[in-house]
Write a protein of this length. Structure first.
Length: 517
């Protein structure tokens, strides 16, 4: 835990070139309280909250966004999905260059970040900007062993900040400065998520989904009221015309108790009927509207619906999941830039001076499928003799370059004069030595491809062979093959990926050979 710094902040502390040690906005006991703007939320009230934010006062908008995320389970789930897709990734600090000084600076920074308690939580707080458009964290600096170090990083609620109506500068309100002051340099991690163009008050995705939240809120309220009225059968009591007021009151009391206790005592001569309600169509309307609102929220937050809601084929879900990967990579890029600018840069400059090279903060957001495809492309291109820079490969696959004399694993060096040559390139040279006839080269490639494809064809035909083994006669097999459902299942179960990749390589190299003639 960070030590509580009792020294109060004054604007004179800013701009001194030294770290501001005093707390500016954290540890305010009033932060936990809210004016609960979502209570009695209406279209008119929501529009008024947005108008206040457009004028620079973010207070009620930020409180509303906090309540929306806390009240709507679907909304919470989708935002959590976006955040966890980033916070669950491995990270590292990469040196600005391979110079020894830059490596030492990167090692110092990485050690500082790893010593922080809950740095993944700090990244989660940074990503709070996805919903609200902007997020703030205050850095508590400290001196330790002759260095300026990060003692603690603490979340600051967005409702403390506002945009000056005259200058449009971002300012902060505190107990000591209720009128607001400019943010001191090198004291806050400020992350902006630009979901749309315009003023920063309109950036967050919660601004977009607020209307769906409102309509869904109306729908759920009506749905709950409907269930209260029609969830139990109507209890209708009848009494004799000669019944006294006491008998009528006893009958009414018995009917009320039957709604909760499922038991009651009624006077003799009275009757109670239970009338069931058939309102299934009304239930469907409420549910359809709620699902529609959820789907629109999913589109706005994770870019699709099929991996967050039920329905849709596997192929469609896979395609949509790739869209979400794009969002994850964009989130990672934005987080990396913010941490480097607002946290690593001041840490380096405080300790090593201005003008020092700033190391990079890197999140490994590469999709394994994309890396596999890239590796195959690189292998194919290198086999044609195309030269590929090694530094680009190390960066692409997030692999550190080997140090001088460091033990490595990998392919043995190629023979002199054969550097970078693959199977097809060597095949071409051998063929050229015998004859310049390109067709002979292609024929040899065809033979090699056929030999490689035997195993692929066997894998492809495995589902068909399994079907044959399970049929006890030719007639049964014929009936199965005439079934559209069976044919579709066979087609979907055939593994053609390896065969397709082989064909792509053969066609690519053939094309290259043709261009070389």
């Amino acid at each position: 835990m960070a030590k509580k710094n009792k020294k109060k902040y004054t604007p004179e502390m800013a701009g001194s070139g030294k770290p501001v040690m005093a707390a500016v906005a954290i540890r305010d006991v009033n932060d936990k309280y809210s004016s609960y703007p979502s209570d009695g939320l209406t279209p008119v009230k929501l529009a008024q909250i947005f108008k206040e934010a457009d004028a620079g006062d973010l207070f009620r908008q930020m409180e509303l966004f906090e309540e929306m995320e806390g009240k709507d389970t679907h909304l919470f789930s989708q935002l959590q999905t976006r955040k966890l897709a980033v916070t669950g990734l491995d990270w590292e600090v990469q040196p600005f260059s391979q110079e020894e000084t830059d490596k030492q600076i990167a090692a110092f920074v990485e050690e500082q970040l790893k010593e922080l308690d809950g740095f993944s939580d700090n990244m989660m707080d940074i990503l709070d900007a996805i919903g609200k458009g902007i997020s703030f964290q205050e850095i508590e600096w400290a001196y330790r062993d002759g260095h300026v170090v990060i003692d603690h990083i603490e979340y600051v609620h967005q409702k403390k900040f506002y945009y000056d109506s005259m200058t449009d500068e971002l300012k902060i309100r505190t107990d000591d400065f209720p009128g607001g002051i400019l943010l001191p340099e090198n004291k806050f991690i400020i992350h902006k998520y630009k979901a749309r163009s315009g003023h920063p008050s309109k950036y967050g995705v919660l601004r977009v989904v607020a209307w769906m939240y409102l309509f869904k809120n109306y729908d759920i309220k009506d749905w709950v009221s409907f269930c209260e009225v029609y969830g139990m059968p109507l209890r209708l009591g009848t009494y004799d015309a000669t019944a006294s007021d006491k008998d009528k009151a006893a009958l009414y009391d018995a009917i009320i108790k039957m709604g909760t206790d499922a038991a009651g005592v009624v006077p003799s001569g009275t009757d109670i009927k239970f009338i069931e309600s058939n309102k299934q169509s009304s239930v469907d309307i409420y549910e359809k509207l709620a699902r529609f609102c959820d789907e629109q929220m999913s589109k706005a937050i994770v870019g699709q619906t099929l991996t967050s809601d039920s329905g849709g084929s596997y192929a469609q879900s896979k395609t949509h999941n790739d869209v979400r990967q794009d969002l994850t990579q964009a989130d990672c890029k934005a987080v990396m830039e913010t941490i480097r600018r607002d946290l690593i840069r001041p840490l380096v400059e405080f300790n090593f001076g201005t003008g020092t090279h700033i190391p990079y903060f890197s999140l490994n957001s590469a999709d394994p499928d994309d890396l596999k495809e890239t590796a195959e492309i690189v292998s194919t291109l290198s086999s044609t003799g195309l030269e590929i820079p090694k530094p680009w490969l190390y960066k692409k696959f997030n692999i550190p370059a080997p140090e001088e004399g460091e033990e490595t694993i990998g392919r043995a060096p190629a023979a002199p004069g054969q550097s970078g040559m693959g199977m097809f390139q060597q095949l071409k040279l051998k063929a050229d030595a015998r004859s310049p006839d390109t067709q002979r080269i292609l024929d040899q490639m065809e033979t090699a491809a056929l030999n490689h494809s035997k195993e692929f064809f066997r894998q492809m035909l495995d589902p068909v062979l399994e079907l044959v083994d399970n049929c006890d006669s030719l007639e049964t097999l014929q009936e199965s093959l005439q079934s559209e459902k069976t044919l579709r299942r066979l087609y979907e179960s055939m593994d053609v990926k390896d065969f397709n990749r082989l064909m792509e390589k053969v066609m690519y190299v053939s094309n290259m050979l043709g261009r070389m003639q």
